[in-house]
Ligand binder design. Sequence first.
Ligand SMILES: NC(=O)c1ccc[n+]([C@@H]2O[C@H](COP(=O)([O-])OP(=O)(O)OC[C@H]3O[C@@H](n4cnc5c(N)ncnc54)[C@H](OP(=O)(O)O)[C@@H]3O)[C@@H](O)[C@H]2O)c1
Length: 282
Amino acid sequence: MEELGFQEKIGFIGGGNMAKAICEGVVRKGLIRYSQVYVSGPNIQNLLYWKEKGAHVYTENGRVVQEADIIFLAFKPHILPTAIAGVYDTLKHPVKSKLFVSILAGIPMKQLENVLCPLEECARIIRVMPNTPIMVGEGCTVFSAGPKASPSDISLVKKMFEVSGVCQQVPESLINAIGALAGSGPAFVYLILEALADGGVKQGVPRNLAVEFAAQTVLGAAKMSLESGKHTGQLKDEVCSAGGTTIAGIHKLESGGVRGALMDAIEAATKRSQELAQEKHG
Ligand SMILES: NC(=O)c1ccc[n+]([C@@H]2O[C@H](COP(=O)([O-])OP(=O)(O)OC[C@H]3O[C@@H](n4cnc5c(N)ncnc54)[C@H](OP(=O)(O)O)[C@@H]3O)[C@@H](O)[C@H]2O)c1
């Protein structure tokens, strides 16, 4: 355990895939130990993973709020009223000085404040939007801080997510758009990977080799983009020799409207998350 580890107790209301990924990242980097972790969920058998790691597990959400200093809301967004009702029903004493970190997609800060303020007057809240590649340490996370969150709350949350990739603070108005780009983005890239591999298979490449090479090619191109400092247009031009094979393929992609389709996908996902937020808020 590093000297720089957190002293705070970390709670998760909802111990599913994202909670596991967030926690495993900070434990792996020595920032916390599982003995500092408190998790609740409705089914005790689904909390066995956590128990075996050494975390404290409860079926009462109020216990996590009671015990932990930093409480992640890590259940599905539509569960919010039930999960918070569960907190009120099972809380034994009033609480103070808690930091709430919501990873609920599409739930705005205002709604989080409305739900949490009766629990603790002027709750400190940070709204975070991670993506699934945090599971392999290559995540993209953005967050917005509520008006009561302190600079040390912000730096703690940033540190927790930086161990699993990149993490940036943004105005809340950008969270839906970045959620579409980085949150839905992995699904768009998987579709592209599958299509690239299918193209290879059509040309006779064995499936397993096609899948591996498609993924490694995307990984390599992403690394070139991040590390070379070159514009993506320049990187593309450097692969396209005059009258060569790549420019023939690029022509097909442009004829098929790939650029427009990807821009449309980000726009559609952004609009959908705005609609969902309205439905949940309204
Ligand atoms: N997946 C993504 O790419 C992504 C990205 C950003 C944000 N998010 C957000 O992350 C959150 C969690 O997603 P996930 O993929 O981790 O979902 P998940 O694997 O389904 O986990 C949800 C957890 O919540 C528990 N739960 C259900 N009802 C509860 C209640 N009343 N009180 C407390 N816990 C309850 C579930 O327990 P049982 O299994 O026992 O029912 C489960 O462990 C969602 O709000 C999602 O919007 C996801």
